[in-house]
Design a protein around this ligand. Structure first.
Ligand SMILES: Cc1cc2nc3c(=O)[nH]c(=O)nc-3n(C[C@H](O)[C@H](O)[C@H](O)COP(=O)(O)O)c2cc1C
Length: 216
């Protein structure tokens, strides 16, 4: 077990107003190369650990990749997985240049598939035992908001079954651990900023399904 000293961190370093962090936290997929200081990686993980979990069982586990050689090898598998998902979706593209201009999200995601191999940090969100996705996701959101507060960009991503065995083997992940999300992190090339979301008046109801919220 870790000593109490080993768990002391300074959450006041996450002083950005929570509203600013949440309202400007957009997907960052292009990163500067400079490494994230280890104390910031630690603070991000400590913030993730503060998230709620079912029965406080805390199944979330994080595997942090910072070794450029490991990230490069992982990045090749990530890239393969991204294109495998497009094949599953029946997309006809085989290269980024094939993706139509108007498919902005896919073009950005394809760029990440190229560039993740050079990200300064990649965190894999896992669980022990397998399952427990609903208890891993809050931790990942905490992680990304804490990163935002430190000026570090991120984006949640998934992998594909076709690469999973090789990812587990590359990183020495035991079979009893389940993979949930892959989160590349780094200082942004580009800016944080506002996001486009559906109006809450259209996605929220009051007292019964379909009951309008007062600001509708
Ligand atoms: C479960 C999940 C899976 C995602 N998978 C990917 C992915 O594989 N690649 C990617 O670039 N972005 C991925 N994203 C990020 C979404 O594309 C992004 O959150 C969404 O487009 C909104 O973008 P914004 O936050 O910049 O507004 C994923 C997000 C979630 C929640």
């Amino acid at each position: 077990m870790s000593s109490p000293e080993a768990t002391a961190v300074d959450p006041s370093r996450l002083a950005m107003p929570v509203g600013e962090a949440m309202f400007t936290q957009r997907s960052i997929r292009r990163f500067r190369r400079e490494p994230i200081p280890m104390e910031d990686i630690r603070l991000i993980l400590e913030a993730a650990a503060k998230a709620p979990s079912g029965g406080n069982r805390q199944p979330a586990r994080f595997l942090v990749l910072t070794d450029p050689a490991v990230i490069e090898r992982f990045g090749a598998l990530y890239r393969e997985a991204w294109w495998a998902k497009r094949r599953d979706e029946g997309r006809p593209w085989t290269r980024r240049e094939d993706i139509p201009q108007e498919e902005r999200n896919s073009r950005a995601a394809a760029l990440l598939a190229e560039q993740i191999a050079h990200a300064p940090c990649v965190m894999l969100a896992l669980s022990l035992p397998r399952g427990g996705a609903s208890s891993v996701v809050p931790a990942v959101q905490n992680l990304m908001v804490a990163a935002r507060a430190l000026g570090i960009g991120s984006v949640p991503t998934t992998l594909h079954l076709s690469v999973m065995e090789r990812v587990y083997s590359l990183l020495g992940i035991p079979a009893e651990i389940e993979f949930h999300l892959c989160i590349p992190l780094g200082y942004p090339r580009g800016r944080f900023g506002p996001t486009q979301r559906l109006p809450t008046a259209d996605t929220s109801y009051m007292n019964q399904w379909g009951g309008p919220v007062p600001w509708r």
